[in-house]
Ligand binder design. Structure first.
Ligand code: PMP
Ligand code: GLU
Length: 396
C-alpha cells in the first residue's frame, strides 16, 4: 500500500531500536548487558500507583478536558512556581501524552514550512524528526568536548539567521549528560533579546542532577526569556513513570491554546486515571521518592565515568545530569576488532553487541559519530559486568 512521503522519511528511533534488540536477544537466552535504556530502572513509587488504583476504583475512567484535568494543571502550575520560580496560570499549561508528545505538538504549534530551528549536537533523536514533520528545517550546530558539548553565546549569535524561528535547549542533556549552568543560560538568553526566536526548553531530566550542579529553567533567567519560551517537562524520568505517558508544556497562552486545539483532534486527553495519579505524584512524598533514585544514579554515573576513562582510547566527561555517559571512542575507529572494521559509531555498537553482548547506542543518530551513549539506568552489577566486557573487547 502507498506510504506517504512524510512517513517514509522518518527513520525508526535509534534509542528504542537498541533497547528492543537487547530485549530480543535476552528473550533468546543471550546474556546481554543493556546500556540502551532511556528509562529509569526503578518501579513507579507505590503512593503514585495507589492513587491510580484509587482513581480507577472511584470510576474516573471517562474523557476529561483534552488539555488535562483542571486539578492537574493547577498542581503543575504550583510545581513550576515552587521548584522553578516560574509564574504560569493553569490555562498556560497543557498536559500531553508523554514528553515526546509535548515535543511533537510544540513543533506543530509554532513552526511553518521555511522556518529554521537551531539544534545543537548532540541532540535527542526525536527533535530532528519532529522538526521535519512540522515542515521546518533543522540547522544543526556541531559542538564538541572543548565547550563541554554546549553551544556558547558567540556561537549562537552566529547561528541565528532571518529564518530562525526556534532554538531547542535540552538541559540536563540526553545523550550528552551535561547541564547548562545558570550563567550559561543567561548568556544565551541575552543573545536572543531583540530577535523573534522562540525557545523550546526540554527540562525532563531536571531532577536528575549530580554533585554541585544547579538546575535553572531557561524561562527563569529573565522576563525576556520567559516570554519567548515553551517549558517542557514530564513525569517519565522524575517519577519513573515512562509507561504512564504523561508530559506537559507551559508557555505563552496563545501557543498553549494552539497546542490544546491540536490535541483536541490528535489524541484528546491523557489517560484519565494517570492524570489523577500525577496529581498525587507531586504530593508530600515526592522529594523523598525522587532523592532515592537520584542518589543511586549519581553513584552509578561516577563509577561508570571512572571505568570508562581508565580504558585505552576512551574519553568521557563526568555527567552532571540525566543518566547517560557519552564517551568519545573515536580513537578506536580505523581498527579491526574481532574481524570487523570499526569505521564509526554504528559499526562500533554493532560489533560490540555481536561479539561481547553489550548493547549501547551509537552516537551517529545523536549527531556525534565520535561518541556512543551508555545509560546508567541499570544496576551497578550490570554496569560492572558490561564495562568489564567492553574493556576486554577494546583490548582484543
Ligand atoms: N525529552 C528527552 C530529552 C528525552 O530523553 C525523552 C525520553 N527519554 C523525552 C523528552 C520524552 O519522554 P516521555 O515521552 O517518556 O515523557
Ligand atoms: N528517550 C529515551 C531515550 O533516549 C527513550 C527512548 C525514546 O523514546 O526514544 O532512550
Amino acid at each position: 500500500m502507498k506510504v506517504s512521503k512524510r512517513a517514509q522519511e522518518v527513520p525508526p528511533s535509534a534509542t528504542i531500536a537498541v533497547t528492543a534488540r537487547a530485549q530480543e536477544l535476552k528473550a533468546q537466552g543471550v546474556d546481554v548487558v543493556g546500556f540502551g535504556a532511556g528509562a529509569p530502572d526503578f518501579d513507579t513509587p507505590e503512593y503514585i500507583k495507589d492513587a491510580a488504583i484509587a482513581s480507577l476504583k472511584a470510576g474516573q475512567t471517562k474523557y476529561t478536558p483534552a488539555a488535562g484535568i483542571p486539578k492537574l494543571r493547577a498542581v503543575i502550575a504550583e510545581k513550576l512556581k515552587r521548584d522553578n520560580g516560574l509564574d504560569y496560570k493553569p490555562e498556560q499549561i497543557v498536559v500531553n501524552i508523554g514528553g515526546k508528545h509535548s515535543v511533537y505538538e510544540a513543533m506543530q504549534a509554532v513552526l511553518d514550512p521555511g522556518d529554521e530551528v537551531i539544534l545543537q549536537t548532540p541532540y535527542w533523536v526525536t527533535y530532528p524528526e519532529t522538526i521535519k514533520l512540522a515542515g521546518a528545517k533543522a540547522k544543526f550546530f556541531q559542538t564538541d568536548a572543548s565547550t563541554g558539548y554546549k553551544i556558547t553565546p558567540a556561537q549562537l549569535r552566529k547561528a541565528i539567521t532571518k529564518k530562525t524561528a526556534l532554538l531547542v535547549i535540552n538541559s540536563p542533556n540526553n545523550p550528552g549528560g551535561f547541564t547548562y549552568t545558570p550563567d550559561e543560560l543567561a548568556g544565551l538568553a541575552k543573545v536572543l533579546e531583540g530577535t523573534d526566536v522562540m525557545v523550546m526548553s526540554d527540562e525532563i531530566y531536571e531532577k536528575l542532577i549530580y554533585g554541585d550542579t544547579k538546575f535553572v529553567s531557561f524561562a527563569a533567567v529573565g522576563k525576556d526569556a520567559y516570554n519567548r519560551t515553551l517549558t517542557l517537562n514530564g513525569f517519565s524520568k522524575t517519577f519513573s513513570m515512562t509507561g504512564w505517558r504523561l508530559g506537559y508544556t507551559a508557555g505563552p497562552l496563545d501557543v498553549i491554546k494552539a497546542m490544546a486545539r491540536l490535541q483536541d483532534h490528535m489524541t484528546s486527553n491523557p489517560v484519565t486515571f494517570a492524570q489523577y495519579a500525577a496529581v498525587a505524584a507531586y504530593g508530600p512524598q515526592a522529594d523523598e521518592a525522587i532523592e532515592r533514585m537520584r542518589v543511586e544514579f549519581e553513584k552509578r554515573g561516577k563509577y561508570m565515568v571512572e571505568r570508562l576513562n581508565a580504558m585505552e582510547g576512551v574519553q568521557c566527561t563526568e555527567s552532571t545530569g540525566a543518566f547517560y555517559s557519552f564517551p568519545d571512542v573515536s580513537a578506536h575507529y580505523g581498527r579491526n576488532i574481532g574481524g570487523v572494521e570499526i569505521t564509526g559509531s554504528m559499526e562500533f555498537a554493532k560489533a560490540l553487541l555481536d561479539q561481547a553482548s553489550v548493547a549501547l547506542v551509537p552516537g551517529l543518530p545523536f549527531g556525534c559519530d565520535k561518541n556512543v551513549r551508555l545509560s546508567f539506568a541499570c544496576s551497578l552489577e550490570q554496569i560492572e559486568k558490561g564495562l568489564d566486557r567492553l574493556e576486554q573487547w577494546l583490548t582484543k
